[in-house]
Write a protein that binds this ligand. Structure first.
Ligand code: ZN
Length: 251
């Protein structure tokens, strides 16, 4: 089975369009949360995401924008985006966001895999560095955990005698590219497909990944998208300008 992994789309329809246009053939789409927040197309992105599949875990922005959690942990700019999103969300989209499932989730018919937004212990935890990730890797019952939340493409692995971070290697930042990563048996993985709509790993290109259960590979993708279009929409919506400028920086 070929599983398309999307995470942290953050209401960026231009980035989502580009990812879907360049996505390879797949049997199933998995969404690791933060469908909305920051970007200016929450209704469009929710409707498109719902049409893609049924496998979701909720993100912290999905919770805040649908009003089931407070904005306590949000910085002022993120908070403004939450308030804006709440005012523009259509009722049925708000209702849909509100009942998104909390991770860890499983995929029917696929063993050894779990889905989370932050970490298996805490849906809001940021796994940015190996020491933090090791706790999840050591205790993980499934071999592979797909996660998002950090907006950093890559992940971590741990075997009985080795552990390290995984970072895809790309040649250029101008074109669309992919990076094939061969998984090994008896190794535990935390795999982050990266953020579709607001990358923060220094690469502005939209990120996603494909998990092939038969070949036991993860292919990471970075694709060019209409950043100027997404920025224009953010400015026109009177969202904080920083939310537009950061898209071009990938920060
Ligand atoms: Zn996010």
């Amino acid at each position: 089975m070929r599983i398309l992994l999307l995470s942290d789309i953050h209401a960026n329809s231009e980035a989502l369009d580009a990812c879907l246009a360049e996505a390879p053939e797949h049997d199933l789409v998995v969404n690791l949360g933060d469908v909305v927040g920051y970007g200016a197309s929450p209704n469009e992105v929710i409707e498109r995401s719902r049409a893609l599949g049924k496998v979701f875990v909720r993100g912290n922005h999905d919770k805040a924008c649908s009003g089931i959690s407070s904005m306590e942990d949000f910085n002022p700019i993120a908070g403004l985006a939450v308030i804006w999103t709440r005012t523009v969300l259509r009722k049925e989209n708000l209702e849909w966001l509100r009942v998104l499932p909390q991770g860890p989730a499983r995929i029917d018919g696929v063993s050894g895999v779990q889905l989370v937004h932050g970490s298996p212990h805490d849906e809001d935890e940021y796994l940015l560095l190996l020491p933090e990730a090791l706790r999840s890797l050591d205790e993980a019952e499934p071999w592979i955990t797909f996660f998002g939340h950090t907006h950093v493409q890559g992940g971590f692995f741990a075997s009985s005698d080795d552990s390290a971070a995984i970072r895809p290697v790309y040649n250029a930042h101008a074109a669309s590219e992919k990076f094939l990563f061969q998984l090994r048996k008896n190794v535990r993985y935390m795999i982050n497909p990266g953020s579709v709509g607001q990358p923060r790993d220094g690469d502005w290109r939209a990120a996603f990944a494909l998990f092939d259960t038969d070949a036991y590979t993860v292919t990471y993708y970075r694709v060019k998208y209409d950043v100027a279009g997404a920025q224009k929409r953010i400015i026109a919506a009177d969202l904080p300008e920083r939310l537009a400028t950061r898209l071009a920086q990938g920060r």
